[in-house]
Write a protein that binds this ligand. Sequence first.
Ligand SMILES: [Zn+2]
Ligand SMILES: [Zn+2]
Length: 404
Amino acid sequence: MSIQQVLQSLDGIQEWQEETYKYLHAHPELSMQETQTAQFIFETLQGYGYQTQLIGGGVVGVLQNGDGPTVLFRADMDGLPIKEKTGLDYASQVVMKDLNGDMVPVMHACGHDVHIVAGLGAAWALALHLDEWQGTYIALFQPGEEIAAGAKAMIADGLFEKIPHPQVALSQHVLTEPVAGKVGTRSGSFLSSAASLSITIYGQGAHGSMPHLSVDPIVIGSSIVMKLQTIVSREMDPFQFAVVSVGSFQAGLKANIIPDTANLQVNIRTYNEKVQQQVLDSIKRIVHAECEAAGCTTSPKIKVFDYYPLTENDAKITAEVTEAFETYLGKERVVAYHPMTASEDFSYIPQALNIPYLYWGFGGFTEDQTSYANHNPKFAPAIQPTLRTGTEAAIIAVLCYLGK
Ligand SMILES: [Zn+2]
Ligand SMILES: [Zn+2]
């Protein structure tokens, strides 16, 4: 049982992992600005003997160990513009300039610090046990997951010309379920595709007492918000999944002024690229028609941003890795996961290479702990068994293909 020995050796790095986790948690960086984090990962991987490169804001370490397949394991590394409210002694105090130039508080509220530490732990163990596996291991640390920019940035910076071609890609996320210590896998659609839209309505301003001289963008926007509710309820096949949410509606400053513009921010989720296109087309149609109906002389501006692809796990890889999880973690630590409405940009990498992939979840909260969802200011996973489980899962999945 050689994999078992590799897993046991993690005792030797546990203290380092816990200290490193606290350090990273206290020093988060915003998406596409993870320079210190990347530098730390770069140096750590180099210390383990990896051929290490900075690519598109991320870090890739390659460890060649004789003939055999090539496997890529990806971890993301960005924090979020959230003021931490965990009260932990290693809570983040960081404030940094975002990409718009505004100073914002920063927090690892999605657990990407857990991912980094698990990824480094797996990289350490694989470098330590070269006699237990054969092939090429690619440890990839991706920036900018939270704004769906990092995977694309690494690809645009020549990722695939700079690393060996993998046959399988793997990744994972710490979540509020299952309970800490357990992993969950799912074949097929796991995470939804997502997109956000910024919609600007151009009306005509006037004094609040003279509505007949205005084209009121607040009334048009309200009508749009209500009409958008009919996309899922009236246009969508009831057996298809779609979410359309308006998260922001901004217009005007004063009770007696009808403003000349309004802005809506809309977020959509689907499990199917075709359905996504249908939803986008419906939104555009409704927005244009409502503006026209109200007599706007300038067309509305619609910008689609933060586009996330579908995460659809390969059936064969899911079955193989799930079996390996059950063998080495024990059946009681492996659960079947349900589809999630969250989204990820990881699949850009395997999709661009046309290779199969698996993305799984692992628990971050123990039973006797209050769990807060990812992106909550109180998101504070239990350090253990979370770090150990994420590290074990990464090693088991990788050795499922590289192990002797
Ligand atoms: Zn997140
Ligand atoms: Zn995340």
